[in-house]
Design a protein around this ligand. Structure first.
Ligand code: GLC
Length: 721
């Protein structure tokens, strides 16, 4: 590979090198995504190295031929796209998949996405999005794995493995991109792209942790975030990109700007011109300039003027050429552009079954008073109410690539298909937004005619995702009023939530007997929900994010500090006058159609040195009448530290299946990595002292045990060496 790169280098002009660092976007046309004529000319001139949003086996083959036959150096193009949770078969949105707490299922989901995307000529996806989000006002919380760095790290690595497989040169594996580096979810006010200002400890302990896991899993690319961190916009952040990502962690992949991120250094106020912005970006370690064309147009003069070292250009170009080589493009530029494979590999029965499987696992049973769920299949008349019940587009969620709503199964479709001999009535009741209540009467009439009601409430998919933030996380529109009217019908009501973020639903929690969190489950959504509603599948999902009672509690997350005055009923403590300080639903919460009993955790030792390992074992029993799946969770607290430590942090989990009466002994191993944190001087240390272990089926539902760490130690930072 190095010989080939060196041989190309000897021939490349500065413009051709900067061409490799240039990524252009396609445009949507009737015939599908297409490259503008002037950009096809750029391919011939060696002025573009990759395209975003261009796919199709036949079309990518045509463009590749221009690059390989008609340009001077014949360097193949890379085709990239946002394949976030499926390409044509759409899988649950990442926040939903995180609710499965099933890394194997999530890896399989990314694997299927890669098979379909590569069959359409794509080499590179801008996923997984691994941003930690503690603020549900932020629309992009839907794209990640929630609030916890440990769960986020496990999911990040699983998705990288799924997309990249074990051999990047295989035609059904693709380059993955960990994004958005870094702390994009820490935006003030939950407003996308807004300022991020946080301590180095929080930055490294919480927000960088999933990126380290992605890097350790071999992710081929990283995308910087639009935001600044502590005064330095990420697209100019040499300390974090070249310093930490490349330097301390030893990662050597391709850094691609997010959209116009290089040019946005000007409105950020750290660059006065395009040339300055380009120089800052390249110097920080951003290799590929997506769509601003600053590297192509403005950097030649900057390099010739000595403001950016030729060496920095060369290092960036090498990384791009190595990525192309690792993908096998120099050996076979057309390997991914195979029309036969494109037809055979798309929307297959297996792919849809895989999406339905992970969809069922992603559903969280929030409440089930009186075991109203599962509904009996013997029911003769069921009412389905709510605009979202027929919104197949929303079922796909945001960033749904080439997914098509005509191919998606709405909740109403899923219910009707599961209950062919029942009469399934439908009424919209109310729109998702707006103040129109004219549909209430019809909804109540329909409810009165039914034996049970499935009320679908939540958000349209466009109300989360990029630049889709909400200042309130209440149910939008008149949906809560609709719920009150439907509830007054006296019929048993099940609420199915379709939403891209935690919602503040205290009224529903108090008055509705059964509530399912179904998020957006992708193409087979209605089928997956029906599987759970009628008991063909017993839900086992757990929340990857805290559900506040009210917007005003944000930020509210389980791994909080204890403070000097932890909230309590008496006295002046850290609480509100108007709302209980506790969450509505805690991180890790989720019920089943059966029940589980936990024994006290058993420890392999009562004390350990920092470099020892400690085994925690817990007996879990299915104490109910039905089979069920449980996510057994292990949390840890460093009881006393040189800095304050969270009251608990996730350090292990396992999703298990138990038959009625069956008991399993679940084992976790703790090692120094799990005990470590960044101290005041940003050293990664384990300190001696007392630790508490918590085990249970949710962060607020645990049994504990203590142990002592007898010696301290300091750990290196890198996960890669
Ligand atoms: C968008 C998103 C990023 C995406 C990129 C290309 O602005 O921030 O996640 O990969 O542009 O579509």
């Amino acid at each position: 590979m190095e010989r080939l790169v060196d041989s190309l280098f000897a021939l490349m002009t500065l413009e051709e090198k900067l061409g490799q660092l240039t990524q252009l976007s396609g445009q949507s046309t009737e015939a599908g995504p297409r490259v503008r004529a002037e950009d096809q000319a750029r391919i011939r001139a060696g002025q573009v190295g990759s395209f975003l949003g261009i796919y199709g086996a036949a079309y990518t083959r045509r463009l590749q031929r221009i690059a390989v036959d008609e340009s001077r150096l014949k360097i193949p193009l890379l085709f990239a796209y946002d394949v976030i949770h499926g390409f044509r078969t759409i899988f649950p949105v990442p926040l939903a998949e995180a609710s499965s707490w099933d890394p194997a299922a999530v890896e399989r989901s990314a694997r299927v996405a890669a098979v379909e995307a590569t069959a359409h000529g794509l080499h590179w996806t801008f996923a997984p999005m691994v941003d930690i989000a503690r603020d549900p006002r932020w629309g992009r919380i839907v794209e990640g794995a929630g609030e916890d760095p440990y769960l986020g790290a496990v999911m990040a690595a699983a998705r990288v493995r799924g997309f990249q497989g074990t051999d990047l040169a295989a035609a059904n594996t693709m380059l993955a991109t960990a994004k958005h580096f870094a702390a994009y979810g820490g935006a003030e006010g939950g407003r996308d792209y807004n300022t991020v200002d946080l301590s180095p400890q929080t930055l490294h302990q919480t927000y960088l942790r999933p990126f380290q896991a992605a890097a350790a899993a071999g992710v081929g690319a990283v995308m910087p975030a639009f935001n600044e961190v502590n005064g330095v916009p990420m697209h100019a952040n040499a300390d974090l990109i070249n310093g930490v990502l490349r330097g301390r962690w030893g990662w050597d992949g391709v850094v691609v700007s997010d959209w116009n991120g290089i040019q946005e250094l000007i409105p950020h106020g750290v660059a006065a011109s395009r040339p300055e912005a380009g120089a800052l970006g390249l110097h920080a370690g951003v290799d590929v300039d997506m769509v601003s064309a600053i590297y192509l147009q403005d950097l030649p003069a900057v390099v010739r003027g000595g403001r950016v070292l030729q060496r920095e250009v060369d290092e960036a170009v090498r990384r791009v050429l190595r990525a192309k080589y690792r993908l096998g493009l120099f050996q076979d530029p057309y390997g991914y552009s195979d029309v036969a494979r494109e037809r055979a590999a798309t929307l297959t029965v297996d792919h849809q079954a895989a999406a339905r499987e992970v969809g069922r696992k992603s559903i969280v049973l929030l409440k089930n008073q009186g075991n109203l769920l599962p509904l009996a299949k013997s029911l003769k008349t069921i009412a389905v109410i709510g605009a979202l019940a027929v919104d197949a587009g929303s079922a796909l969620g945001s960033w749904s690539a080439d997914g098509r709503k005509e191919e998606a199964v709405s909740l109403l479709d899923g219910i009707r298909h599961a209950m062919p001999s029942a009469e399934v009535l439908y009424a919209k009741g109310a729109d998702v937004e707006g103040s129109d209540t004219s549909g209430f009467a019809e909804a109540v009439r329909v409810a009165r005619r039914a034996e049970a009601v499935i009320l679908v409430l939540g958000e349209r998919r466009g109300m989360s995702g990029e630049a889709s933030n909400r200042a309130s996380i209440d149910l939008p529109g008149m949906q809560e009023e609709l719920a009150k009217r439907v509830q007054s019908s006296g019929k048993p009501v099940v609420v199915a939530l379709m939403n891209g973020r935690p919602l503040a639903i205290p009224w529903l929690d108090e008055h509705i007997p059964a509530i399912l969190e179904t998020w957006y489950l992708g193409t087979p959504m209605g089928s997956a929900v029906a599987d759970v509603v009628f008991g063909d599948y017993s839900p086992g999902g757990k929340l990857p994010v805290t559900f506040p009672r009210a917007t005003g509690q944000i930020p509210l997350y389980y791994s909080h500090k204890n403070t000097g005055r932890p909230p309590s009923e008496e006295g002046n403590t850290s609480k509100y006058l108007d709302v209980p300080w506790t969450p509505l639903y805690s991180f890790g919460h989720g019920l089943s159609y059966t029940t589980f009993g936990y024994g006290a955790p058993r420890l392999s030792r009562r004390s350990m040195r920092a470099t020892d390992t400690l085994v925690v074992q817990v007996d879990v029993t299915n104490t109910g009448q039905r089979p069920g799946e449980e996510v057994v969770q292990l949390y840890l607290r460093d009881d006393v530290g040189s800095v304050t430590r969270p009251v608990k942090e996730l350090r292990g989990f396992r999703r298990i299946t138990l038959q009625p009466g069956q008991r399993a002994a679940v084992t976790f191993t703790l090692r120094s990595e799990d005990l470590a944190f960044y101290d005041r001087r940003m050293n990664r240390v384990v300190e001696p002292g007392s630790f508490t272990v918590f085990v249970g089926g949710g962060s607020a539902d645990v049994k504990e045990a203590r142990f002592e760490v007898t010696t301290g130690t300091q750990l290196g930072d890198a996960l890669l060496r």
